[in-house]
Ligand binder design. Structure first.
Ligand code: RP5
Length: 164
């Protein structure tokens, strides 16, 4: 088993249903990743350790999902220069708008790349992480091009039903 290139972290195991969409994408591209629960407010020491060791452990990007007052991506970014890709997880009462605004509104100086709320965001964060890796891995670049071509063919083959 090769060392993980991408870290997937989330504030709770209740985020996994959304965040596993990122894992599924990475697995389909045969890219080694790790997935772990790291809570900014419930396990702050773990958060610091994870971020502080990310670069030396070989992680090339961290996909971080959280819901509510979602400070996990921003706090990770504060402690590492490894790119952090934030995924707003839908929340019970505000449907993830709270998560989105918490993640996207990083003050100047510490960037977090922010994706769509929910499963599309998790999947796109994984595709973005692959694009980062693909800048230095031609085999992966070709796989991404193939992925795009397959999507294109699917849409071009779409039919619409007759008007009734
Ligand atoms: C956040 O609180 C997590 O990211 C999760 O989205 C939300 C709810 O967590 P649980 O109460 O399900 O553990 O920290």
């Amino acid at each position: 088993m090769s060392a993980p290139q991408i870290g997937i972290v989330m504030g709770s195991n209740s985020d996994w249903a959304v965040m596993q969409q990122a894992a599924l994408i990475l697995r389909s591209f045969d890219v080694a990743f790790e997935a772990k629960v790291v809570s900014a407010h419930r396990t702050p020491d773990l958060l610091f350790d994870y971020a502080a060791s990310a670069q030396s452990r070989g992680l090339r990007a961290i996909i971080a999902g959280a819901g509510g007052a979602a400070h996990l991506p921003g706090m990770l970014a504060a402690k590492t220069i490894v790119p952090v890709l934030g995924v707003p997880v839908p929340s019970k009462y505000l449907k993830g708008m709270d998560s989105l605004l918490s993640i996207v509104q990083m003050p100047k100086g510490i960037p977090v790349a922010t994706f769509a709320i929910g499963e599309a965001g998790a999947a796109n964060a994984a595709l973005f992480a692959l694009a980062i890796l693909a800048t230095e891995q031609p085999v992966l670049a070709q796989k991404l091009a193939d992925f795009r071509a397959k999507q294109e063919a699917t849409v071009l083959a779409m039919d619409l039903p007759d008007v009734v």
